[in-house]
Design a protein around this ligand. Structure first.
Ligand SMILES: NC(=O)c1ccc[n+]([C@@H]2O[C@H](COP(=O)([O-])OP(=O)(O)OC[C@H]3O[C@@H](n4cnc5c(N)ncnc54)[C@H](OP(=O)(O)O)[C@@H]3O)[C@@H](O)[C@H]2O)c1
Length: 331
């Protein structure tokens, strides 16, 4: 396939002291010099995209900029790595941060950023999972490596209605864990049960308490929220249990004592989906396309076009977003 010179991207400009995104024509020749040119058909929406689109300089240093920290589509030109015509997935590294991302119809990236599309999948399906699904898979994988097992007691997922949380709920329940979902959205209780949560608990379970330890209520956890709720969560993990910590939706500052660690042997496991070796990403993608497939999340994913990006990203920042949102460039 040959590429046109121009393509459409949803680009963010710094304007009147604020940040505004809109569709505009871009030139392929302005994409960075890299190994692989990809025609992106799908991307997915992530909290980090909302930060990039709203001018967070920790994510994106300069504007105008095309966000989209993940992308899937067909290789159009390749100097190394995947061949033209192959379908690939790209997540993380610098994509959508300071490298033009998946909210544009084309990206040009290093060959080492590309994962082959799992057999039987297409770009739309891959982006139902996207970075969030990959992250949820990495969180579960870390728990399992630390010895977490179904039967030890309830596993809990915080920020359960979010993109990462919803996939984590479904994977854990699918592999036999009893899952408690913590969510601040009353209307998401039933959808979370449909994904396999055996119970849905309000955020008040992680309200600040002065006690350094609380009654152990959860054997293991996937935490997408961070901040003060994570400190409360650590107080409620059973002896020997583990918490995969991947997010900051509730803040970055975690004030904890050492007591959960030295009296209960609790493990706090950091999860990064961005800079890890591509082989690790590939391993989790293969599981997501196999035994960890999440038909519930797939069924409920919302598909939008570029013109809907502005509103959808604002909902992320207000914590009003639920489940997975896929960007389809053909809409
Ligand atoms: N480590 C990595 O590589 C990696 C990769 C992807 C994402 N992340 C991070 O993981 C987090 C979740 O990502 P996501 O895409 O799932 O975001 P999301 O869809 O916005 O979900 C976050 C969820 O957290 C809950 N929440 C939001 N604000 C909260 C607050 N102040 N206190 C308590 N709960 C709150 C909400 O769920 P409820 O309403 O259900 O409570 C919200 O839906 C983000 O911080 C993101 O940056 C990290």
């Amino acid at each position: 396939m040959t590429s046109p010179d121009l393509y459409t991207a949803w680009r963010v400009h710094e304007k009147n002291g604020g940040y505004e995104g809109a569709e505009e024509a871009c030139s392929i020749s302005d994409l960075p010099e890299n190994d692989v040119l990809i025609r992106v058909t799908h991307s997915s929406l992530n909290y980090k995209d909302a930060l990039s689109a709203s001018g967070n300089k920790g994510v994106t240093r300069s504007y105008p900029h095309t966000p989209g920290i993940d992308a899937a589509g067909e290789v159009v030109e390749s100097r190394r790595g995947p061949a033209a015509g192959e379908q690939v997935i790209v997540t993380g590294y610098d994509l959508g941060m300071n490298t033009p991302g998946g909210f544009g119809q084309y990206i040009r990236v290093p060959a080492d950023w590309c994962v082959p599309m799992p057999p039987g999948w297409d770009a739309g399906k891959a982006m139902v999972y996207g970075t969030a699904g990959l992250t949820a898979g990495l969180c579960v994988e870390k728990l399992l490596k630390m010895g977490a097992a179904a039967g030890q007691g309830r596993a809990v997922v915080t920020g359960a209605s979010g993109s990462v949380g919803s996939v984590a709920v479904e994977i854990l329940s699918k592999i036999g864990f009893e899952v408690a979902a913590v969510s601040g959205k009353v209307d998401q209780a039933e959808p979370l049960r449909q994904l396999g949560a055996s119970e849905v608990v309000g955020r008040e379970v992680l309200e600040p308490s002065k006690k350094p330890l609380l009654k152990p209520g959860f054997a293991n956890a996937v935490d997408t929220v961070g901040g003060a709720p994570l400190a409360e969560l650590l107080k409620q993990i059973s002896p020997g249990g583990s918490v995969s910590c991947c997010g900051l939706a509730g803040g970055t500052q975690v004030e904890t004592t050492v007591l959960p660690f030295i009296l209960r042997g609790v493990n706090l496991l950091g999860v990064d989906s961005v800079e890890i070796p591509i082989a690790e990403k590939k391993g989790v993608w293969e599981k997501l396309a196999g035994q960890w497939a999440c038909p519930g999340v797939e069924k409920t994913a919302r598909v939008i076009g570029r013109r809907d990006l502005g509103d959808a990203l604002k909902a992320f920042l207000k914590a009003e977003s639920a489940g997975k949102i896929v960007l389809d460039h053909s809409l």
